[in-house]
Design a protein around this ligand. Sequence first.
Ligand SMILES: Cc1cc2nc3c(=O)[nH]c(=O)nc-3n(C[C@H](O)[C@H](O)[C@H](O)COP(=O)(O)O)c2cc1C
Length: 385
Amino acid sequence: MSGPADTVPSEPVVPAHLWQPIEVAGRELANRLAVAPMSRVSTTGDGVPTEQMRDYYATFAAGGFGLVITEGIYPIGPGAQGYADQPALVTDAQVAGWRAVVDAVHQAGGLIIAQLMHAGALSQFLTATVGPSVHTPRGQKLAEYGGSGPYPTPSALTQDQIDQIVAGFAASAALAAAAGFDGVEVHAANGYLLDQFLTDYTNTRTDAYGGNPAARALLAAQVLTAVRASTGGRLIVGLRLSQAKVNDSRHRWRDEHEATAVLTTVAAAAPDYLHLAGEGRPWTQSGQAADGTALGPLARAITGVPVIVNGGLHDPALAEEVLHTGQADLVSIGRGALADPHWPTKIRTGGPTREYTDDMITPSASVQNTMDFLRRTDPPTRQAP
Ligand SMILES: Cc1cc2nc3c(=O)[nH]c(=O)nc-3n(C[C@H](O)[C@H](O)[C@H](O)COP(=O)(O)O)c2cc1C
């Protein structure tokens, strides 16, 4: 079959690892391929997932991804919303909207996890923001998400506000369970609130949440513990970490000592998986701390749970190598999946895949673009694992 002009041929990959099923917290995933969380902010202002979003998310499962992780969803609690038109898990209507998405993904044969995200000081939407300490974020707001100019300077969270935020994550996780999700992923990556706590230059607190890497990881661990308690073993509970941030792609954990302190602190809260994101950088670069410590194997050893890694892994040979060499248990694909939600099945059968181009990042156009592309191409049949 010759594909449309915007697709490239792929060689069928016969890997030993990519297509192997894996169990995460007692649930079987059909293969080692997850869709990375990608904010598409395409609700109509009320935070309620639309029918278009239902169809959009289901296409990834139909295309062979064993796991779909949603875009960042804002939870109950003050200052959480990151973007206009971002979906939420706060109201009954939002739960009902997500239930339709979840059912569609399940019918297409995939599992789906809700990513819960508190934007903190990096909100593109709020004018009064909160963070660990009073530091104006680096960089400028994201134009493609409706932001412009510098970020406002956040106010430092009080203990009472921190408690409300922890409770908010837990309450929204319970709503995720009510919507039928298979799990929740706590977003502590990419520069958003929990990562602001993790990072030395945004967190200069002198209380229990600051002063050293383990203290800076405390809030992420507390959120994990609260989420697990509120969902009572009904959901997979994962955690996403990254070194780099949307507003600082160069940041690195200093060394093995810092990485070990962070990973040990969050491991004590017993996540079911860890997801290491390569925000803005490929995994081949973002998989090491500044001193060269390889983070995938370290995370696997310290946590003892499946580790998902991410960043430029839509090259199937590279993805296979990452699994084969023990750097991770699963890989997540972001832009490659956005460009072609049927990437797994096409890679497996040698069909042409569509390449990511920068214009696809525009949220309003992107979901429609993805759906239009799929309408133009043959829907593949999901392969048995
Ligand atoms: C359009 C877009 C939206 C994103 N939104 C989120 C998000 O909501 N939550 C998150 O943790 N990461 C988000 N990311 C980061 C991706 O999950 C991923 O880490 C990044 O794209 C690198 O992976 P890739 O090289 O496979 O694209 C987003 C990335 C893109 C391109």
